[in-house]
Design a protein around this ligand. Structure first.
Ligand SMILES: CC(=O)N[C@H]1[C@@H](OP(=O)(O)OP(=O)(O)OC[C@H]2O[C@@H](n3ccc(=O)[nH]c3=O)[C@H](O)[C@@H]2O)O[C@H](CO)[C@H](O)[C@@H]1O
Ligand SMILES: [Mn+2]
Length: 384
């Protein structure tokens, strides 16, 4: 009986540490430990009668008290550690300066030509829907770091210079940024002057005969990258297409647990015409009448552990499809769309965050922050 009690108390603690249960369970664990103490006490008195030794009695009692004290000490230590994980100190809300000046917020005035919140109450970020001064003031004291991944394999290396140079001008300016470049030509990576707090790491990857594979393999490499890094709860990552340039601010307003970008080509269309994977046999399948938005494969992000889960899931599903001889219509973009349908993003970025240079700007798009360059697919891809 003692063993059962001990086990369920520690299972409870393990779950709490993993953030799976609430404080009720911890109270339960306390109650169970208390019953362990009671049982110990019972054992001491029971054995006393058998031996009759007063010395033995006090010795055993002291031993048991020590054991219980150790147990309680461990419980307390584990509890505070678990609590620290659930509510990390760095999550406390405080402004950079106590007297930060910014425009008074209003719930009556704002953008009225676009929707700025999803039906599951995630913000949709449009220019004019946020205050950059306020947001930077909130995030700067947290000392966050932002990782960006970009793949430049084969001829796509030609896009890297512009990507990196414009990122210096617009992507999380003034924050800690770590860009990971994955390429098959490390020597061709251009030297770009980076500001203090920003760095670049080059990783070698193999080229491939198929662009679909290069594109889809990104999920696996992103998964591995996150596994190798220290998983700090306050670290964010964005995974971006290289054939693009920054044109305007992309900063703290884009931060969230799980972040998706609405594709510029489909945001006015009915969901029935979204290019989701429509074959039920694929793990990327989205049924008719389902799906919220059509999201880009060229930009997504969020907290490290959330993006890790996303990349791992998309990679697994992609491999499972391959075993069944099927490749989703838009490779990892299809898997990403399936994932975001099931796991709603906590923040959605408007098409300002991934426009396409060949598209004229629509009136609701007040600023283009990041945009895909015009490219000749036949010339740059290894296959058609
Ligand atoms: C803007 C946007 O949402 N783009 C997505 C879209 O087409 P895209 O036409 O934008 O795909 P793409 O040709 O840019 O390929 C995606 C990315 O893979 C890398 N790459 C690709 C080929 C190659 O030979 N070398 C190389 O490095 C590179 O980082 C590139 O940016 O659909 C693709 C489906 O697979 C991806 O989901 C893209 O992210
Ligand atoms: Mn692209």
């Amino acid at each position: 009986m003692r063993t059962q009690t001990g086990v369920s108390a520690s299972v409870c603690l393990v779950e709490l540490h993993a953030g799976l249960i609430d404080s009720q369970c911890l109270l339960g664990a306390h109650a169970e430990i208390t019953s362990v103490i009671t049982l110990c006490r019972f054992d001491v008195t029971h054995r006393d009668r058998e031996t009759g030794g007063a010395e033995m009695k006090s010795c055993r009692a002291a031993g048991l008290i020590l054991l219980v004290a150790l147990l309680l000490g461990f419980l307390y230590w584990n509890q505070s550690r678990a609590a620290a994980d659930v509510f990390p100190v760095s999550h406390e809300f405080h402004l950079e300066a106590e007297h930060l000046q910014y425009k008074q917020p209003s719930i009556l005035q704002g953008r009225n030509d676009v929707v700025t919140v999803t039906p599951w109450l995630a913000p949709v970020v449009w220019e004019g829907s946020f205050d950059p001064v306020l947001l930077d003031g909130i995030y700067r004291p947290k000392n966050i770091s932002i990782t960006a991944t970009v793949f430049a394999v084969g001829k796509y290396i030609m896009f890297l210079k512009d990507f990196l140079e414009t990122a210096e001008q617009h992507f999380f300016v003034g924050f800690n940024v770590h860009v990971y470049v994955f390429t098959d030509q490390p020597k061709e990576v251009p030297r770009v002057q980076m500001a203090a707090g920003r760095k670049l790491t080059v990783r070698s990857v193999l080229d491939s005969q198929r662009w679909q594979e290069i594109s889809a393999r990104r999920m696996e490499l992103i998964q591995t990258l996150i596994e190798e890094r220290h998983r700090n709860i306050m670290d964010y990552i964005f995974c971006l297409d290289v054939d693009s340039r920054f044109h305007g601010r992309w900063g703290t307003e884009s931060l969230g647990r799980l972040v998706a970008v609405i594709h510029p080509g489909y945001y006015k269309d009915p969901r029935s015409s979204f290019p989701y994977e429509r074959r039920p046999v694929s793990r990327a399948y989205v049924a008719p009448g389902e799906g919220d938005f059509y999201y880009c494969g060229g930009a997504f992000g969020g907290l490290l552990q959330e993006v890790h889960l996303l990349a791992r899931t998309c990679h697994r599903n992609f491999k499972e499809d391959a075993r069944n001889n099927i490749e989703a219509a838009w490779q990892e973009e299809s898997h990403l769309n399936r994932y975001m349908w099931v796991n709603k993003p906590s923040k959605v970025l408007s098409p300002e965050y991934l426009w396409q240079d060949f598209k004229p700007r629509n009136p609701e798009v007040h600023i283009v922050r990041f945009s895909g360059v015009v490219k000749n697919y036949a010339k740059i891809r290894p296959n058609v």
